[in-house]
Design a protein around this ligand. Structure first.
Ligand code: ADP
Ligand code: 5GP
Length: 194
């Protein structure tokens, strides 16, 4: 994908519960950026809104979108499919705004291959106990799902240095958010919104 001259594709990745959503909200408030709403086959959690948090689709529809080339990258996570719609990315970049993707490692690798100029940031917890506490504190993840997410987290953290441009620890939220904004400010915003 040729994204120049245009906004920047910014990937914010990291284990479930590490604080990505919270950090992304700050980026959206502080930079000319748009969050890319992914498609997923997972069921909506309480409070999640179709078209806002995700486009909730069945497996057949997801596979059809992959086959028709509508999906820029996709991966399976916890038995569900997740993918980025090209239509959520290309028009926004062309309008000069950044696009933020909250995706896992396999998707980040696909973005690295198809869009080498993308900015890839991985958020890590100070330790796994803290991560488990945050996931539990959010109160929307079943106990069985929690174990799986923590196991996946260990793998994601181990391979992060090979995949990402920057690794930011989220111990103190304000500090982590500032660090991400510094990276995005220094490298992420190419053109202001017209
Ligand atoms: P993710 O999007 O990575 O799954 P969230 O942004 O939903 O994670 O954060 C998970 C929970 O952890 C939320 O309740 C959030 O308020 C909390 N949280 C995020 N960062 C911190 C932090 N630095 N210290 C304490 N709690 C945090
Ligand atoms: P959750 O079920 O907690 O919303 O998301 C689970 C994981 O899927 C998270 O690591 C999140 O970053 C990832 N994810 C969400 N959307 C996408 C997507 O479009 N593509 C990929 N590859 N991963 C995604």
């Amino acid at each position: 994908m040729n994204t120049s001259p245009s906004g920047r594709l910014i990937v914010i990745s990291g284990p479930s519960g590490v604080g990505k959503t919270t950090i992304v909200e700050s980026i959206l408030e502080s930079t000319p950026s748009v969050f890319s709403v992914s498609a997923t086959t997972r069921s909506a959690r309480s409070g999640e809104v179709d078209g806002v948090d995700y486009h909730f689709v069945d497996r057949g529809s997801f596979k059809a979108m992959v086959a028709s080339g509508e999906i820029l990258e996709w991966a399976e996570y916890g038995g569900n499919l997740y993918g980025t719609l090209r239509s959520s990315v290309q028009p926004i970049l062309e309008s000069g705004r950044n696009v933020i993707l909250d995706i896992e490692n396999e998707g980040a690798k696909q973005i690295r291959a198809s869009c080498p100029e993308a900015l890839l940031i991985f958020v890590v917890p100070p330790d796994l106990e803290t991560l488990a506490g945050r996931l539990a504190g959010r109160g929307d993840t079943a106990q069985s799902d929690m174990a799986l997410r923590l196991a996946v987290a260990v793998e994601q953290i181990a391979e992060a240095p090979e995949v990402y441009d920057h690794i930011v620890e989220n111990a103190d939220l304000e500090h982590a958010t500032k660090k991400v904004l510094d990276i995005v400010g220094a490298e992420g915003t190419v053109f202001p919104v017209q």
